[in-house]
Design a protein around this ligand. Structure first.
Ligand SMILES: NC(=O)c1ccc[n+]([C@@H]2O[C@H](COP(=O)([O-])OP(=O)(O)OC[C@H]3O[C@@H](n4cnc5c(N)ncnc54)[C@H](OP(=O)(O)O)[C@@H]3O)[C@@H](O)[C@H]2O)c1
Length: 255
């Protein structure tokens, strides 16, 4: 599908992958609306890229999501809903069996999974009414192989991956023109992974692969190491698990 002339809503567009996507979509001739919870980050993004429209909105909050839908409708609507906002709360900080673990797992599910469903439902009729439209859901390499240090985050991304596949099929059965893309990043150098060592790709590289995929209508967009882990997991699942979970991470799990 083409990006030129399209209007794209990016949730969580004030930092990391979302902000880079805003920049590259603008460069491709799209109009871009971004969201985030922090007003100062929204203002900073607008200062950097004045063509952006920035709306304060928390994807985990139902009233915020409805208000976002109404504001976007007032602005003329969108062609692409890019569900990018996501959170990862390191489970090493909370242990496995305590109340905080549950509270934080619920929050991850709310932002990474149910918040996406809520927005997709709100925007579905608007997207269906467009000539060429799409939803982009952001899952992860960890939706193929779980990380023991980010157990609940991995689980939230698996939920989103299965939902994404079935949403795509459902829309196909209904002969809908709304395309459903899935972006599966490897480890990307952003605030979310700042404390992590090891191999990371830049948001620039990830987003350029996303755009290449969209332009070619490649619905499942696996980038970098996600491609390798995907194949390895099919053939040698134990090896794939050990690569994602090297023994050096065991020490933190014993705390
Ligand atoms: N970085 C990686 O290695 C990696 C790998 C695989 C998948 N991903 C996924 O890629 C997406 C982007 O990750 P990132 O690394 O760019 O994250 P990031 O650098 O932490 O940025 C997250 C963005 O989302 C916003 N956000 C967080 N919670 C929100 C909420 N409840 N409602 C609205 N906006 C919210 C943040 O702004 P505010 O804080 O102001 O709300 C920020 O703009 C996420 O879905 C993540 O799970 C990342």
């Amino acid at each position: 599908m083409q990006l030129k002339g399209k209007t794209i809503l990016i949730t969580g567009g004030t930092a990391g992958i979302g902000l880079e996507a805003a920049k590259q979509f603008l460069d491709h001739g799209a109009k871009v609306i971004i969201t985030g919870r922090d007003q100062s980050k929204l203002e900073q993004a607008k200062k950097t890229y004045p063509a952006l429209t920035a709306i304060k909105s928390d994807i985990a909050d139902e009233a915020d999501s409805i208000s976002l839908f109404n504001q976007v409708k007032e602005l003329g609507g969108i062609d692409i809903l890019y569900n990018n906002a996501g959170v990862m709360i390191a489970s090493t900080n909370m242990g496995l069996a305590n109340d905080r673990h549950l509270t934080e797992a619920l929050y991850e599910m709310n932002v990474n999974y149910t918040g996406v469903i809520r927005l997709n439902n709100l925007f579905m009729e608007m997207l269906k009414s467009r000539k060429e439209s799409a939803i982009i859901n952001t899952t992860s390499l960890l939706a193929y192989v779980p990380s023991t240090t980010d157990a609940t985050y991995s689980a939230s991304k698996v939920a989103l991956r299965f939902y994404t596949e079935t949403l795509r099929k459902h829309l196909e059965i209904l002969n809908s023109t709304v395309k459903v893309f899935e972006l599966l990043p490897p480890v990307v150098s952003t605030e979310m992974t700042a404390s992590r060592k090891g191999k990371k790709i830049t948001p620039e590289v990830l987003v350029s692969q996303l755009i290449k995929g969209i332009l070619k209508d490649k619905l499942t967009i696996r980038v970098g190491d996600t491609k390798i882990i995907y194949m390895l997991n099919r053939l040698f699942p134990k090896l794939a698990f050990n690569l994602v979970n090297p023994k050096t991470t065991y020490a933190s799990l014993k705390q």
